[in-house]
Write a protein that binds this ligand. Structure first.
Ligand code: KIV
Length: 300
């Protein structure tokens, strides 16, 4: 049975809520959403935080990577999600090249997520190299979520979407980066596709919450791409994603049924249309006949 939390029962989730949950040992839930209807469902289900991820480039816009996603793409989807959300903490994902070129550019773009699209915080990828941008964004009053491990905007550097931190040296660097991001003021860090032991170690070491995706059960919370969870995105299935539904198949069945019913004249049925009251229908028929007669008369 589904348990939809009453809209009025919950308080707005803030970065402080996430920190408190970690302190109390309560797990944090996060999911992506890119549109109004999905945001409403995710929010009403009581998910703590909604990420408008640049993964929308792949699962909504059909790109092979997240690299082509622009600020305008992100803000457009963020606005739709903000309209559908009342409680969840809203995190807007800063797209490729919106924060790497200069600190000033990073602050201005981060600000647009809050000022123009109703987000509560931003997320950006990377470790020690991103500290100047992160510190400047935070000092402008904008909460920042970090993202370490498999950071998809570095796919070209990694040579593919492959798990990170699998050697002691690589893992050590990720631990150091996590500590550096905490020190820089991030309110939380997403850990993507790293060994479970490493993610647990980082989660135990940091005071701020870690949110794992493909990082095992030892994180302080979990995030998934909602299209993966729903079985909507069929081009590939990341190893770490679990399909809790099979909506691609369900949608294909529904759309095929629609096609068949239109072609066999089964849809639309009477109940899907609108009827004109008998008296007006009679009047209309008379008027059409009179107009026809008048036209014929004028041609003679
Ligand atoms: O863009 C995204 O959806 C993300 C999650 C995979 C964490 O960054």
């Amino acid at each position: 049975m589904s348990t939809i939390t009453s809209l009025d029962d919950r308080k707005k989730v803030t970065t402080r809520t996430l920190r408190d949950k970690k302190k109390k040992g309560e797990l944090i839930t996060m999911l992506t959403a890119y549109d109004y209807s999905t945001a409403m469902i995710v929010d009403r289900a009581g998910i703590d935080s909604i990420l408008v991820g640049d993964s929308l480039g792949m699962v909504v816009l059909g790109y092979d990577t997240t690299l082509p996603v622009t600020m305008e793409d992100m803000l457009h989807h963020c606005r739709a999600v903000a309209r559908g959300t009342q409680h969840a903490l809203l995190v807007g994902d800063m797209p490729f090249m919106s924060y790497q070129a200069s600190v000033e550019n990073a602050v201005r773009n981060a600000g647009r997520f809050l000022q123009e699209s109703g987000m509560d915080a931003v997320k950006l990828e990377g470790g020690r190299d991103r500290v100047p941008a992160i510190e400047a964004i935070i000092s402008a009053g904008i909460p920042v979520q970090g993202h370490l491990g498999l950071t998809p905007q570095s796919v070209r550097q990694f040579g593919g979407f492959c798990a990170q931190g699998k050697t002691a040296l690589a893992a050590q660097r990720i631990v150091e980066d996590a500590l550096i991001l905490e020190e820089a003021g991030c309110f939380s860090i997403v850990l993507e596709a790293i060994p479970s032991q490493l993610a647990s170690l980082i989660s135990r070491t940091l005071g701020i919450p870690t949110i794992g995706i493909g990082a095992g059960a030892g994180c302080d919370g979990q995030v998934l791409v909602t299209h993966d969870l729903l079985g909507l995105f069929e081009r590939f299935k990341p190893k770490f994603a679990k399909q809790f539904a099979h909506l691609h198949a369900a949608m294909t069945d529904a759309i095929t049924a629609y096609k068949n019913e239109v072609e066999s004249r089964e849809f639309p049925a009477g109940e899907h249309g609108f009827e004109m009251p008998e008296e007006y229908w009679g009047e209309l028929q008379k008027a059409v006949i009179q107009a026809g007669n008048a036209r014929q008369g004028s041609r003679r």
